[in-house]
Ligand binder design. Structure first.
Ligand SMILES: [Zn+2]
Ligand SMILES: [Zn+2]
Ligand SMILES: [Zn+2]
Length: 120
C-alpha cells in the first residue's frame, strides 16, 4: 500500500488507492486496504485532507500541504506553509489554538472568477 501511495502521489481518495492496490494484488480484500489506511494514519505516516466537496484524499505526511479552492470553478491552488505562519501565530497567541492548515482546504474565489464577478 505504501508503495502505491508513493507512486500515486498526492490527493488520492481511499477508493482510488484501493483500486490501485487491487490492480497489483487482486486477492487483497478492500476492507483490509481501508484498515491499513487507518493504521498508517494513526502512525502518522499518511494524512488525509478535505478538498472541497469530494471524498477525503490521502497522501504521505511528508507531502502534506494546504490548499485554496475556488468555489466557483473548483480550481485548486497549492498553499505553501509560509502563508499560514502569520495566521497560525496570531491564532495561537489570541486563542491558544493550534491550527492545522492541511486538513481542510480554504475556500474562496480564484483570480479568474473574481475578474468575472467584477465584470458582472
Ligand atoms: Zn478529516
Ligand atoms: Zn475560479
Ligand atoms: Zn495539493
Amino acid at each position: 500500500l505504501l508503495e502505491v501511495l508513493f507512486e500515486a502521489g498526492e490527493h488520492r481518495s481511499a477508493e482510488e488507492l484501493a483500486t490501485a492496490v487491487q490492480g497489483r494484488a487482486p486477492d487483497v480484500h478492500i476492507s483490509t486496504i481501508y484498515r491499513n489506511l487507518e493504521d498508517l494514519q494513526e502512525l502518522g505516516v499518511i494524512v488525509h485532507s478535505h478538498l472541497g466537496h469530494g471524498p477525503a484524499t490521502y497522501q504521505l505526511a511528508s507531502l502534506a500541504h494546504g490548499h485554496f479552492i475556488c468555489e466557483a470553478c473548483g480550481a485548486t491552488l497549492e498553499a505553501p506553509d509560509e502563508l499560514f505562519r502569520g495566521l497560525a501565530d496570531t491564532v495561537r497567541a489570541k486563542l491558544g489554538f493550534s491550527i492545522d492548515p492541511h486538513h481542510f482546504a480554504m475556500l474562496g474565489l480564484c483570480m479568474g472568477c473574481q475578474e468575472l464577478t467584477r465584470l458582472g
